[in-house]
Design a protein around this ligand. Structure first.
Ligand code: DSN
Length: 422
């Protein structure tokens, strides 16, 4: 027996109010289908690492170069996470300290730009991210941002537009990737344009990082010298982020993260990221990543057959964006009705949306979380039918039908335990 004894009260004994809320959230997750494409269910191992005593330690700096003593263990944790990230994604450099995706992207600006410089990204309503220069974000206020979108007729990125805007505006950074892109990101096409105008290409792969790790989406490595990602979406780690790059940009990015933007790294999160990266290197994860995509395609096909209008006509990845205009119901009432029916999605703008962002025309859904619960073809068909019925019920304000759907969803959901719960 070592010096450690666990006699301290658990959260249930120490703080029953919070314990009850955690239990309530476990029940909510068990009894609902999470179709939010940026969410997932982490393993018990990731949960344990993220909830460990590593949370107690301050570690400003990087392994071997810290501003606090007592880093004998934390240095090893961070080095392991870095090594696993480098091996999994095949990159020269990885920084595992960004607190989340937005701080990671801010660090990229700090590393490469001065305030007022021109930057370029996909417009938020077209599927981009706030931090790719959108006007309400610091990145759109402190930099001169220009944007590109998707074609109205195809719902896909218009590379002629990307090239024209880049040549005209000469941005320092070009971001590719986003939050509502149902199609494969053509990193090579972006790289050609970035090279042409002397911009640094930043691939924000937050949504598809797990698919890349599992070989179900092309990798940006070799095309984008800077890669930004969160760790909690398809990658199925704790809430956090990483920056990866060629050796050339390593120092600038590291300095931007610390001391440029952040203080002490969240070491418990770093440990959770390390565990997730370890899991993502297993053959089982490769299968998972491919299944996420095949499930999304099955769901998309079934929704199309039911008359839903999918942006870009379908999906290549984990994500489906539905334009509900033809169904004559807004995205928000539809998402809220689906939630009452225990199917959790988020309302979302669609390209060229005529409605407001807080009351848009679309809903966004995806398959990472339900696939983590082991669901497959049968369940995707059932989910498509429930979405169809719930959207119709939302239009008719038919609460009884939503209740009936909810009961059916709960029955199915309980047959697929949430990883890490129970
Ligand atoms: N909030 C994330 C998403 O849902 O896609 C992006 O930051």
């Amino acid at each position: 027996m070592g010096p450690v004894e666990r006699a301290q009260p658990s959260v249930a004994a120490a703080d029953p109010e919070i314990a009850e809320l955690i239990t309530a959230e476990e029940h909510r997750q068990t009894d609902t289908l999470c179709l939010i494409p940026s969410e997932n269910h982490v393993s018990r191992a990731v949960l344990e690492a993220s909830g460990s005593v590593l949370t107690n330690k301050y570690s400003e700096g990087y392994p071997g170069r810290r501003y606090y003593e007592g880093q004998q263990v934390v240095d090893q944790v961070e080095e392991l996470a870095i090594r696993r990230a480098r091996e999994l994604f095949g990159v020269e450099h990885a920084n595992v300290q960004p607190y989340s995706g937005s701080p990671a992207n801010l660090a990229v600006y700090l590393a490469f730009c001065q305030p007022g410089d021109t930057v370029m990204g996909m417009a938020l309503p077209m599927g981009g991210h706030l931090t790719h220069g959108w006007n309400v974000s610091a990145t759109g206020k402190w930099f001169r941002s220009v944007s590109y979108g998707v074609r109205r007729d195809t719902g896909r990125i218009d590379f002629d537009e990307v090239r024209d805007v880049a040549r005209r505006e000469r941005p320092k950074l070009i971001f590719c990737g986003g939050t509502a892109i149902p199609r494969t990101i053509d990193f090579a096409a972006f790289a050609e344009i970035a090279d042409d105008v002397g911009a640094v290409l930043v691939a924000d792969v937050a949504h598809v990082a797990g698919l890349i790790a599992g070989g179900a989406h092309p990798s940006p490595v070799g095309h984008a010298p800077v890669i930004s990602t969160t760790t909690h979406k398809t990658l199925r780690g704790p809430r956090g982020a990483m920056l990866m790059s060629s050796e050339e940009h390593a120092k600038a990015l590291d300095r931007a993260v610390f001391p440029g933007l952040q203080g002490g790294p969240h070491n418990h999160t770093t440990a959770g990221i390390a565990v997730a990266l370890h899991e993502a290197a297993e053959a089982e994860f490769t299968e998972y990543a491919h299944r996420v995509v095949s499930n999304a395609k099955l769901l998309a096909d079934d929704l199309l057959a039911r008359g839903f209008d999918l942006v870009s006509g379908g999906t290549d990845n984990h994500l489906i964006l539905i334009d509900l205009t033809t169904k004559e119901v807004g995205g928000k009432p539809a998402a809220q009705a689906l939630d009452r029916a225990h199917v959790v999605v988020n309302y979302n703008t669609v390209p060229y949306d005529t409605r407001k962002p807080f009351d848009p025309s679309g809903i966004r859904l995806g398959t990472p979380a339900v696939t983590s619960r082991g669901m497959g073809e049968t369940e995707m068909r059932a989910i498509a039918a429930w979405i169809d019925r719930a959207v119709e019920a939302a239009k008719k304000e038919d609460e009884a039908e939503l209740k009936r759907i909810g009961d059916e969803v709960v029955e199915l959901s309980r047959a697929f335990p949430v990883p890490g719960v129970g």
